[in-house]
Design a protein around this ligand. Structure first.
Ligand code: ZN
Length: 253
């Protein structure tokens, strides 16, 4: 889940990866922007099962991080489910996973336990973690409109790392891409920081590749607002204006 509050802006000046007829088998990216040299030679050994619930709109984005994540992990440990609605009938496998007492869902909120603290006193060690991949509003819709996702224990990351994923605008400096969330969560669950380093390597390469090819660093909206650089006129809508004020005051929204 990306903690993104609104839809991603159009890619604008970003160079789309040059169209290529063949996609790289390793990273699923066009050959010319293949990131395979930055992927681990062998999938990482992990015992945690990761389920990515991907909003359908996320699948078509040019800059998406889930294929990179999947390319670093064993196939049987990383499953991507695409859709908005999931039910017992439509997805019995996922429904079983959600009902297991050692499954977690990563979704921030007042109810969510801090993952690092949670594993210290959890009677059963978590075997599975579910992460929602989409913008903030898409993730919210998926989380609240599927009762299945409220069965697992809800956890969140209390981490000081700020996003390295600078190409897309992130609404606040605390926002992490799905790949970064998964990297942080897996390294906590597996108690192995190497996992995080390895998973972030292709993302760093992707960002520096995009930057070298003319993409501007997209500073977070929070940064732009605070520094008076926000390019759009302030909204007239009161609710939106209130949201902006909250952002400016760094209140968690
Ligand atoms: Zn590749």
């Amino acid at each position: 889940m990306k903690q993104n509050q609104q839809d991603h802006p159009p890619t604008g000046p970003l160079p789309n990866p040059l169209p290529s007829l063949t996609a790289s088998e390793g990273c699923s990216r066009p050959q010319k922007v293949c990131l395979c040299p930055f992927l681990p030679l062998h999938p990482l050994h992990i015992s945690t099962h990761l389920y990515i619930i991907q909003h359908p709109a996320e699948e078509s984005k040019v800059l998406r991080t889930v294929p990179l994540l999947a390319a670093c992990l064993p196939q049987d440990k990383c499953k991507v489910k695409i859709g908005r609605r999931f039910s017992e009938e439509r997805d019995p496998e996922l429904s079983n996973v959600c009902r297991k007492s050692d499954t977690l869902i990563l979704y921030p909120g007042a109810e969510a336990a801090n993952l690092e603290e949670f594993i210290l006193d959890s009677p059963t060690y978590p075997s599975t973690i579910i992460i929602i991949d989409g913008t903030w509003s898409q993730a919210k819709d998926i989380f609240y409109k599927n009762s299945l996702f409220r069965l697992p224990k809800q956890v969140q990351l209390k981490t000081s790392i700020s996003s390295q994923y600078v190409i897309r605008t992130q609404p606040t400096n605390r926002c992490l891409s799905t790949l970064e969330c998964a990297a942080a969560a897996l390294s906590i669950l597996e108690k192995n920081n190497y996992i995080q380093e390895t998973l972030l390597r292709p993302l760093q390469a992707l960002c520096s590749f995009q930057l070298q090819h003319g993409a501007q660093i997209r500073l977070s909206k929070e940064h732009l607002l605070k520094n008076g650089l926000y390019p759009k006129p302030m909204p007239k809508n009161k609710r939106k204006l209130r949201k902006m004020e909250l952002l400016m005051n760094s209140v968690k929204i």
